[in-house]
Design a protein around this ligand. Structure first.
Ligand code: ADP
Length: 392
């Protein structure tokens, strides 16, 4: 049996194209495929802004083609990935190591370079004084990502933690409204911005540094610079958790974030519908490609409770939970459609969502607790924390 070009092409459908919508094939990134005995060669055209991702993409291609070869009964010993520009000029050639078990090579015989390609996270650093950085992302806009980010930050602070919230959505910052920052002035000491202290959290948003009426049109490098400055030139001080509200989708900002900031993980917000799930899967794959651990999925607008207490599954409750199961990532909880949540968000008063004993407060607090449990489990899995067992 031989490995066909079609089999190679099909195997690349499982890989998200960084900076483009869809996988390597459906996005149009794949230009050309060739196979010959035990070698395969592919040409890709990806945005040059995504260059830090190329090594990771090449490694994923080696793994996918290796698997396809094994299924076809043809071990693949070498894969060549050429990154080309629109005119077909080769910008970079990668020869990723074949993962163990695909080429038939034993681990002992594998070259030293067989280690996984470094992800953008590998070079990232933390922020002084900040223990954990948690990104909140979503596949598409309007699913309540900023709402969940704000309420996660407030819930963590109400549980006794020092918390910061950064508006990483530099194209459409919503923290000025959601936190009620409109009447507050920006204070800077030298080149450092003082965060706003409201609702028990520190916060910073580009929305307070620019004219709110003007559209924010950033070219890639400007967006990179703006994000980096917000993160590094805000005087966060000591924080247990810095929550970052990302722009929706899989654009340049998550890549910048992964290069600049060492993250503890990412939370993905999703509504139950199929279309939102599909985009959320892409967001999850993006975080994995960037080397950022996915802490789990929050299902927002999960169901609606009418004034008589009857629950209506408007969007198909449980859809995001199934998606989390399919992805093999934890489910962090569901937040119902709650008119009070919308109202409190528009008023800039998230504290009002935490009325003791209400289902909304219970749902938001549970999400925060589950995020913290997941951080602890991840730290244990890495060996940073050991479980303590006591006998009495
Ligand atoms: P995103 O950041 O994903 O674009 P937002 O957080 O800005 O979405 O939310 C979009 C709108 O939906 C806002 O008006 C917000 O108040 C509202 N909203 C979000 N989640 C809920 C919810 N669970 N119940 C009611 N309204 C919600």
């Amino acid at each position: 049996m031989t490995l066909t070009k079609d089999a190679v092409r099909d195997s690349l459908r499982a890989i998200q194209a960084p900076g483009l919508t869809g996988d390597l094939v459906s996005s149009g990134a794949l230009q050309w495929v060739a196979t010959c005995d035990s070698t395969a060669s592919v040409k890709l055209s990806l945005p040059t802004s995504q260059q830090p991702m190329w090594a990771s993409v090449a490694s994923q291609i080696a793994a996918a083609v290796g698997r396809a070869g094994r299924q076809a009964g043809q071990p693949v010993t070498s894969v060549i990935v050429e990154f080309v520009d629109d005119a077909g000029t080769v910008l970079h050639t990668a020869r990723p190591a074949m993962p163990e078990g695909t080429s038939g090579a034993t681990p002992a015989a594998a070259p030293a370079s067989a280690a996984a390609a470094p992800t953008p996270q590998a070079q990232a650093r933390g922020l002084p004084g900040v223990r954990h950085i948690i990104a909140v992302g979503a596949g598409k806009g309007g699913v309540g990502k900023s709402t969940i980010a704000v309420n996660l930050a407030v819930a963590l602070a109400r549980q006794g933690n020092l918390v910061g919230l950064m508006d990483g959505d530099i194209y459409g910052p919503s923290l000025p409204t959601l936190l009620g920052l409109e009447s507050l002035d920006v204070i800077a000491h030298g080149s450092m911005l003082q965060p706003f202290m409201v609702h028990g959290i520190k916060s910073m948003t580009i929305g307070k540094l620019v004219d709110p009426q003007k559209p924010l049109i950033w070219r890639g490098p400007m967006a990179h610079g703006a994000f980096k400055q917000l993160a590094e030139q805000t005087n966060w001080g000591e924080l247990d958790y810095l929550v970052i509200d990302l722009p929706p989708g899989t654009g340049d900002i998550p890549l910048t974030m992964a290069q600049v900031l060492q993250l503890s993980g990412a939370v993905i917000v999703c509504t139950p519908q199929k279309v939102a799930q599909d985009d959320a899967v892409r967001a999850a794959r993006m975080f994995q490609q960037l080397g950022v651990a996915v802490l789990g999925v929050v299902e927002n607008m999960s169901f609606f409770v009418c004034e008589h207490g009857t629950e209506y599954d408007i969007f198909g409750r449980g859809g995001a939970e199934h998606m989390a199961q399919r992805l093999g990532v934890p489910f962090l909880g569901s937040v119902p459609i709650t008119p009070a949540l919308r109202l409190n968000s528009d008023r800039g008063d998230p504290t009002a969502n935490f009325q003791p004993g209400t289902p909304l407060a219970g749902a938001l607090e549970a999400v925060a607790r589950n995020v913290l449990s997941q951080l602890t489990l991840d730290a244990m899995a890495r060996g940073d924390i050991r479980p303590t067992i006591s006998f009495s």
